[in-house]
Design a protein around this ligand. Sequence first.
Ligand code: ADP
Ligand code: MG
Length: 424
Amino acid sequence: MDSPLKDMTGTIVNKQYKLIKKLGAGAFGEIYSSQSNGLEYAIKIEKSDSKHPQLEFESKLYHYLNNHNGQGIPKYYGYYSHDGYNFLVMELLGQSLEDIFSENNRIFTLQTVCVLGIQMLECIEFLHCKQFIHRDIKPDNFLMGKAQKDRVYLVDYGLAKRYISKDLHIPYKDNKALTGTARYASINTHLGIEQSRRDDLESLAYVLMYFLRGSLPWQNLRANNQKEKYDRIMEKKLATSSETLCKNYPQQLLQFVDYTKNLKFDEKPDYQFIKNLFISIMQENELRMEYIYDWDDEDTQRDKIQIRNDEKDNLLKTNKQSSNTQQRVNKYQENKNLNSNSIYMRNCSNINNKYSIGRTKTNSIGSINKVVVTKTKQITNNTINSLTNQNTLPNNNNNINNYSKLHQNLAKQIIKKHSSLHYQ
Ligand SMILES: Nc1ncnc2c1ncn2[C@@H]1O[C@H](COP(=O)(O)OP(=O)(O)O)[C@@H](O)[C@H]1O
Ligand SMILES: [Mg+2]
């Protein structure tokens, strides 16, 4: 690691971006917030004479991923070199998951872990489909958005590596030094085996168990030097069975850990299988299929749930007024644009087989729509059938009232659970 940079506050990068405040420092660089023409940016800085320069590589990768409409990738604005420093200008994001975790009593609920887990997986899946692996999956490298503050982003591509070269998977190698962060490194990485897609996913599994448990069994081990420390961590990781790691948590997590550990070196992971594991945890535990997090204050959580309930009410009103299905569907679309927090309406329109569910600008989790369709099918079918047959909403529809009550009770329970966690 190079020596820390001097305070760069006030420096102007490329006669354009003024450095405002240091936001973070990792092993390889420092990050500042910056302003230009009233807009905010983040700038990662490295000394030009750094022993292991990597910012240029990282900026090329950000650029490449941006060109492919990257999901969970901060926007890239440019790379500059002057006055002995290299600068990478990108979108300003929010806090890292590690920082948020520390501010939340170092524990996350299953709700938060599932909603984060699906998005973190999707960030990794996107990178993998662009032929790169990350090799440093850890909570510090996942950030919440700023413009889109409920979304998760993956940063820090300094250690990323292309795993497909000339259409072929890179060859198996061993005897490699550990690249990444020992706490979250896969067992094969400890053993010196070349990393591939499976190792990013095993690390993700450890990160999620860290969030749920509060710590991992191989933290805080005594050692006299770094080599000894890495060895202790590896020994403890090998000695900890997946069952022990995941004891007292939903069995799908054990399946996830074991699945990643059993992937072959060049095997393409089944990302959908892993997503389905999270979805089934959410269903079994009646969790909210929305971006609801432990760190949302009570008002925010209530708002997110309220928006969804309002939207449902709008739907019912709309149905009362409209005389045919097409009009109703048009109204759904209008309402959806006004109130973008719900998955409910998209599912209704899909049940009519008129419109397919796509990734839209909603506050719900795109990838879990399919399952929600199955879950809400009964009530929406009842609703739609009764409407299609009668064209008006029955005055006293018990089904709908019960459904609404059920949701409100669930919402209350969740708010209660979350607020008690906040103030523990
Ligand atoms: N685009 C960004 N917006 C806001 N903060 C960021 C951004 N990128 C990084 N950070 C903060 O800076 C820290 C270090 O950045 P990172 O790219 O991970 O550097 P390193 O390679 O040194 O670990 C991150 O953990 C995060 O807290
Ligand atoms: Mg980092």
